[in-house]
Ligand binder design. Structure first.
Ligand code: F6P
Length: 398
């Protein structure tokens, strides 16, 4: 990689997208753009994880091995303090349930807190954490109200009001999460989902979409999803964090509720939770394969009609994180004042779409010129340092 070698075709390993990756590579070769430094970054990064998967997929005994699993577990286990704090807030909500349910204004305010918790949960992925200390990580994980208001100035586009206006008109609807990272981030996604189905009349089902192969180090696989819920139910899992029995009880109360929702299918993974890495045999993985292709999401209707048709049934599709944002916008060098709608290309209007992203790569759209000028002056690295964020919403076309 460091010597700018040519990318090799991915061997026919029996798993999805080999021809797709190799066809693109062939085209890049014809254009003399087939080396690590010359290939488009989005393609090269996706290729890296697909190539790595191929090495395991072709082995006899390592097919089910996720080389990043231990890193994901390690960081998750260190997230105890924030997880206990959030669980205690959910316990307070449970006590006030009767009052909350009848107060639309309060639900709206909580909805916005949940959005921000999920947004900043995305700042803590393993691709950025390698150089951080434990206290840096735990600091980033303080996503409660006070920390949220301090971080508000870092949200460069904020469509929270619009998304709430949309969702509050929905009754008993379906929300989808196109997940990003395992560990603390997916925990915040589960908390948001729990909030939506337990305390609001607007949502009765949540579908989670993960990755079928180890992806961008810390992305959620079916096993990670299952493991997260099992860990939350295990009282000893976060034993490195000092916790009162009362806090452990709060976490157990919430985790038991979430686990029951999963059993009942109120919260579900888009493919069977036992799906092995690589997707296994048969058709079950059709709804999961698309997320690890190198394609932008623009032409989802043609590229993966089954998934597009499925998402069309959703009342809100939430795309988490930076890579999903890059694929939504095609990872193009748009002027940052370009509208989010234009950057979504043909995908725009397919379903109500919310993107929650902390900025870790160059592409950024939908930002007012004034805000751009101000942030550009304050922090030249705003596009990539994970400190700034975008909350972008676009409704379904009528
Ligand atoms: O986990 P997220 O938010 O999708 O971040 C992934 C991002 O991290 C990087 O791998 C490194 O910053 C980017 O190339 C990529 O878009």
């Amino acid at each position: 990689m460091a010597r700018d070698h040519a990318l090799e075709p991915i061997p026919q390993d029996g798993e999805p997208h080999v021809d797709l990756y190799n066809g693109r590579l062939e085209r890049l070769t014809q254009q003399s753009r087939n080396t690590w430094f010359t290939a488009p970054w989005l393609y090269a990064e996706c290729y890296l994880y697909r190539f790595l998967r191929s090495l395991f997929a072709q082995s006899q005994h390592w097919r089910d091995y996720d080389p990043f699993f231990s890193q994901k577990v390690d960081v998750f286990q260190k997230s105890g303090p924030s997880i206990y704090r959030i669980a205690s807030s959910m316990h307070d909500l449970e006590i006030a349930k009767a009052n909350v349910e009848s107060d639309e204004g309060r639900i709206g305010a909580l909805f916005q807190e949940m959005i921000q918790m999920c947004l900043w949960g995305n700042a803590t992925d393993l691709s950025l954490l390698t150089h951080m200390t434990l206290s840096d990580i735990q600091n980033l994980q303080t996503v409660e109200k006070e920390a949220q208001s301090a971080r508000k100035q870092f949200i460069m586009k904020d469509d929270q009001g619009q998304v709430w206006k949309h969702l509050k008109q929905v009754k008993g609807g379906r929300v989808d999460f196109v997940l990003d990272n395992a560990g603390f981030e997916v925990f915040t996604d589960l908390v948001f989902a729990d909030f939506l189905v337990t305390y609001t009349p607007h949502v009765s089902k949540v579908v989670f979409h993960g990755k079928l192969i180890p992806w961008f180090v810390s992305d959620v696989t079916p096993l990670d999803f299952k493991y997260t819920i099992a860990s939350l139910l295990d009282e000893t899992y976060f034993s490195s964090a000092p916790a009162l029995q009362e806090q452990k009880d709060h976490l157990n109360e919430m985790a038991t509720r979430i686990s029951k929702y999963v059993e009942e299918g109120v919260l579900m993974f888009s493919v069977p939770i036992e799906t092995p890495l690589g997707g296994g045999d048969g058709d079950v993985s059709k709804l999961g394969e698309f997320w690890t292709s190198p394609l932008p999401f623009w032409n989802m209707e043609q590229d993966c009609a089954e998934l597009w048709n499925d998402l069309r049934k959703s009342d809100l599709v939430i795309f988490k994180g930076d890579l999903n944002y890059r694929k939504l916008t095609g990872d193009i060098k748009w002027p940052s004042t370009t509208s989010f709608e234009s950057a979504l290309g043909p995908l725009a209007g397919s379903f109500p779409l919310l993107s929650l992203r902390t900025n870790k790569a160059d592409v950024a759209v939908g930002i007012d010129q004034e805000i751009l000028d101000e942030v550009e002056q304050k922090d030249k690295k705003w596009r990539v340092n994970g400190k700034y964020a975008l909350i972008s919403f676009l409704p379904k076309a009528k």
